[in-house]
Write a protein that binds this ligand. Structure first.
Ligand SMILES: Nc1nc2c(ncn2[C@@H]2O[C@H](COP(=O)(O)OP(=O)(O)OP(=O)(O)O)[C@@H](O)[C@H]2O)c(=O)[nH]1
Ligand SMILES: [Mg+2]
Length: 216
């Protein structure tokens, strides 16, 4: 039974921790390379085109963007609140080094310190093996003690016959079990139900203490 989205609204933009929304609403963050399709995925999940800004110019999302959603896990259930955080992409070369360092620090601080963050969706491009920066992001999230959901997006750009293999390639490269990565396409609308099911289950779990192991 697909999850029903009751409402989805922009909440706020933040560049500093003081600006992160308050309260105990479980949060899910979307990370991935610049232009991989993070904002499009968020819109597909929210079932609202244009909620998060999508652009063919990489590097569009420049701050943390928070969205408040309400959904019913089953048609008879009471609506539950969840918050999504759309993050700027990593690996975008065309910004000055100093600005890139600022983004990286902003993103890493959030991913490490955010107490209501229940899971992180790491988005990779289904057409290519995960890049070094994807692998670094996965390693960072695991070391920060985060629950990780890997989604391979833009599957619509692959012939159907190659999709299963592409997904397995992603899973192998990131050390996941078979069937762990979620195939996704914002264009075809595939993967939204599977991803929602994973996210709703994670949001309902006990909060994690984001205790990173000290670096060796
Ligand atoms: N074919 C296809 N194109 C997609 C898909 N998802 C996103 N795109 C396109 O990819 C481009 C980037 O999409 P965004 O959602 O803005 O990507 P982003 O990761 O949020 O980008 P930044 O915020 O700049 O890092 C846009 O031209 C989208 O239309 C998909 O599933 N299939
Ligand atoms: Mg974006």
């Amino acid at each position: 039974m697909p999850i029903q989205v009751v409402s989805a609204d922009f909440a706020k933009t933040a560049t500093r921790p003081e600006e992160w929304p308050r309260g105990a609403t479980p949060e899910i963050a979307f990370v991935g390379r610049s232009n991989v399709g993070k904002s499009s995925m968020l819109n597909a999940l929210a079932r609202r085109k244009g909620l998060a800004r999508v652009s063919s110019t990489p590097g569009r999302t420049r701050a943390l963007q928070f969205f408040d959603l309400s959904y019913r896990p089953t048609p008879a259930a009471r609506p539950r609140a969840i918050r999504f955080c759309d993050l700027p992409g990593y690996g975008y070369a065309k910004v000055a080094r100093a600005e890139r360092d600022r983004w990286t620090a902003m993103i890493e601080d959030y991913l490490r310190d955010r107490d209501v963050l229940r899971a992180v969706v790491l988005i990779v491009d289904a057409r290519h093996p995960p890049s070094e920066s994807d692998e670094d992001a996965a390693a960072f999230l695991v070391s920060a003690g985060r629950r990780l959901v890997v989604a391979a997006t833009k599957t619509d750009k692959l012939p159907k016959a190659r999709r299963v293999l592409a997904l397995q390639q992603v899973e192998r490269a990131l050390g996941l079990a078979r069937g762990d990565a979620v195939p996704f396409s914002a264009v075809e609308g595939t993967g939204t139900d599977a991803l929602w099911a994973r996210l709703a289950a994670l949001a309902a779990e006990e909060p994690q203490t984001a205790e990173a192991e000290p670096p060796a």
